[in-house]
Design a protein around this ligand. Structure first.
Ligand SMILES: CC(C)(COP(=O)(O)OP(=O)(O)OC[C@H]1O[C@@H](n2cnc3c(N)ncnc32)[C@H](O)[C@@H]1OP(=O)(O)O)[C@@H](O)C(=O)NCCC(=O)NCCS
Length: 152
């Protein structure tokens, strides 16, 4: 089931994001640049107040994604699925839900940034969902990070 997150779920969301981030990015980000945990409770509360978080809930929260609407475009943030629940369609379902909600709110363009060049799974993920590469920036440890966009 996908629904808006409740404030009482912040601790569980924090755990999903940090666990997922650690699992996915430790291998591709050099130690000196790798931030773990990526979020703490205080920072997550700030994020929670600035955007809408959605959760994919089974017996517990297994996936998270957030939507930050800015007029007619919106940023997709904090897309994370617990490692043991990946590749089952959960991330795709979360983004499908977010896209519908964004459309309903009058959003015409979705943006996801920054997607690291070597995060092959994330690039595949966005490409499969119809996003296209837009501008890029250079990250401190060489290599690019892309903005992916989708007109909806
Ligand atoms: C990216 C992420 C959210 C995808 O979640 P998921 O539930 O595994 O995604 P889905 O099962 O819905 O996959 C949808 C499509 O994405 C692509 N994809 C997902 N994981 C992939 C992988 N490891 N390798 C290659 N393609 C992958 C596939 O095209 C897949 O479609 P298919 O199953 O028909 O081949 C998940 O891998 C994750 O949490 N990663 C760590 C955090 C992250 O990188 N977030 C992206 C934000 S920058």
């Amino acid at each position: 089931m996908i629904r808006k997150a409740k404030k009482s779920e912040l601790e569980e969301i924090l755990n999903v994001i940090n666990k997922s981030n650690r699992n996915a990015y430790r291998a591709i980000i050099p130690k000196e640049h790798f931030i773990d945990p990526i979020l703490n409770r205080e920072k997550l509360e700030e994020e929670f107040n600035q955007m809408t978080f959605y959760v994919y809930k089974l017996h517990r929260i297994v996936g998270v994604a957030a939507l930050k609407i800015e007029k007619d475009s919106a940023n997709i943030r904090w897309v994370h699925v617990l490692p043991e629940y990946r590749k089952k369609g959960i991330g795709g379902a979360l983004l499908g839900h977010i896209e519908k909600e964004a459309k309903r709110a009058g959003v015409r363009r979705l943006k996801a940034f920054y997607v690291f060049e070597n995060a092959f799974w994330a690039r595949k993920f966005y490409e499969k969902l119809g996003f296209k590469k837009s501008e890029s920036i250079m990250v401190p440890w060489k290599g690019r990070a892309w903005v992916y966009v989708k007109d909806i």
